[in-house]
Write a protein that binds this ligand. Structure first.
Ligand code: MG
Length: 473
């Protein structure tokens, strides 16, 4: 064996030894942190290609962890997307996606059915301490709050930050579309801030909301450092109206939207630093993602989907593919992952890593991604179904995506009835620009068959689904 060969073998051995998942070494239960943003687009982080927004903490998280480039949310708008994440089930199954109303509003009297099993309830099988901090949007009335769905603690604005608009206040769209730095007054949005089930502030001071969510999250981690915990930190921003702490106003070349993202990036840094200071980093998995794509109608006050087509509210890639990072020095093998994954998969993945059991009395739509996280295998997810407003629009299988319905790309107001299905190969044609249906009829037929089988499989959807739990009372 020459010197070069022995050196190479030595390097190979060192590299193999460098990452041994901690889960294989010890029985300590991992902590889980989900940091979920609202309407952040695929192109809004530096590590996903943004040229004018600085996200050094997220960039570090991606470099030390796994950056997933083909990761999906269950629906391109808030409420159903969150229902899918929390339950691992397409939201049509639990009444959180309806053709009649797009999300829950302050006059809705419903929410995620209590019979649904959330990630927090799953982890209660092993007595995890649990907290939801931030936007919930799965029902703001007491029977539907996080405190009734497995969370020990809740602190946040229970729905979108643009709700409870005060009539007579300056309209956001008219101002924001003209001025990238237009800053609304918090009094224009009379949204409540809840602690557990009690309203503690109204209107919530949104200028400091990201900072306060961060402080509450750090407090929770410190208080529960000696037991397994699950923290769901769901920022209300960068959903419009945009607000940032004065420390971040003007900090970015991208205007107010960039300032907001840079504050969220600071917040991520605070969470990681807390975990490291408390020596919990080796025992924690942090997931960063977004609930749907950018709200393009708000121009520079909305984000960017980067190279992906369209944005929020549509079933194009820009609406449902989101920038996602997994970090966990003791569990996650660093790398860039091009496999498919979805927020629907988090509950199965956390179950596998914590030794808990997902429900077996209902259909689940998630997969266990832990083989990918630990570097032992590829993603079991080979297909994804694109639903919105209670209607199936498209399916992806491998690299092929078939659209049977679409929504208008920017304001997503109208459903477009396609005369013929459109077929895109989304791994080579990342912007869904070139319809291949005419040259690939056999693939169109295969994907149409997948749609029919999937629709038949949705038979356990709540019987009153179309009447709509998401409806106005
Ligand atoms: Mg959203």
């Amino acid at each position: 064996m020459n010197t070069f060969t022995s050196l190479s073998l030595c390097m190979f051995w060192l590299c193999s030894m460098a990452f041994t998942p901690l889960c294989a070494q010890q029985s300590r239960l991992p902590n889980f942190v989900i940091i979920f943003t609202d309407d952040l687009g695929y192109g809004d982080l530096s590590c996903f290609g943004n040229p004018t927004i600085k996200t050094p903490n997220l960039d570090r998280m991606a470099a030390e962890g796994q950056k997933w480039t083909q990761f999906y949310v269950a629906d391109p708008v808030c409420t159903p997307s969150r229902a899918g994440l929390m339950t691992g089930r397409y939201p049509y199954r639990n009444g959180m996606s309806s053709p009649k109303r797009v999300v829950l509003f302050p006059d809705s009297d419903g929410g995620l059915p209590p019979s649904e099993v959330t990630i927090a309830e799953l982890l209660k099988q092993k007595d995890y301490a649990t907290a939801a901090i931030g936007k919930w949007h799965l029902g703001h009335l007491p029977p539907f709050l996080p405190t009734r769905q497995g969370f020990d603690y809740y602190y946040g604005i229970p729905y979108s930050n643009d709700m409870d608009f005060v009539q007579g206040s300056p309209g956001y769209w008219a101002h924001a579309t003209k001025d990238p730095n237009f800053l609304a007054d918090i009094s224009s949005y009379n949204v409540p801030l809840l602690e557990n089930e009690t309203e503690i502030e109204r209107p919530a001071d949104q200028n400091t909301i990201t900072r306060r969510y961060t402080e509450k999250s750090v407090e929770f981690i410190k208080a529960h450092q000696d037991e397994p915990f699950f923290l769901y930190l769901a920022h209300n921003l960068p959903h419009i109206p945009l607000f940032a702490h004065p420390d971040f106003l003007g900090s970015s070349k991208r205007g107010l939207y960039g300032d907001v993202i840079q504050e969220i990036d600071w917040s991520v840094g605070q969470i990681l630093q807390t975990l490291e200071t408390l020596e919990l980093a080796q025992h924690t998995i942090v997931v960063f993602s977004s609930d749907n794509g950018p709200w393009l109608a708000f121009r520079t006050h909305g984000g960017s989907a980067g190279p992906l087509r369209a944005g929020k509210g549509t079933t194009f890639e820009g609406g449902q593919r989101v920038p996602t990072i997994f970090w966990g020095p003791g569990h996650v093998k660093p790398g860039i992952v091009h496999d498919m994954g979805a927020t629907l998969d988090l509950i199965n993945t956390f179950a596998a890593l914590s030794g808990t059991q997902v429900p077996t009395d209902r259909k689940m739509d998630g997969y266990d991604l832990s083989p990918v996280l630990t570097g032992r295998g590829s993603s079991p997810r080979q297909e994804f179904f694109y639903w919105t407003r209670g209607v199936l629009h498209a399916v992806r299988s491998g690299s092929w995506k078939l659209h049977v319905l679409q929504r208008e790309a920017v304001n997503y107001g109208k459903v477009i009835e396609l005369e013929q299905p459109e077929l895109y190969e989304v791994e080579t044609d990342i912007s869904e620009a070139y319809d291949r249906a005419a040259d690939k009829p056999e693939i169109v037929a295969r994907l149409q068959a997948l749609i029919q089988a999937h629709l038949a499989d949705m038979s356990d959807a709540l019987p009153d689904n179309l009447a709509g739990r998401i409806e106005k009372k």
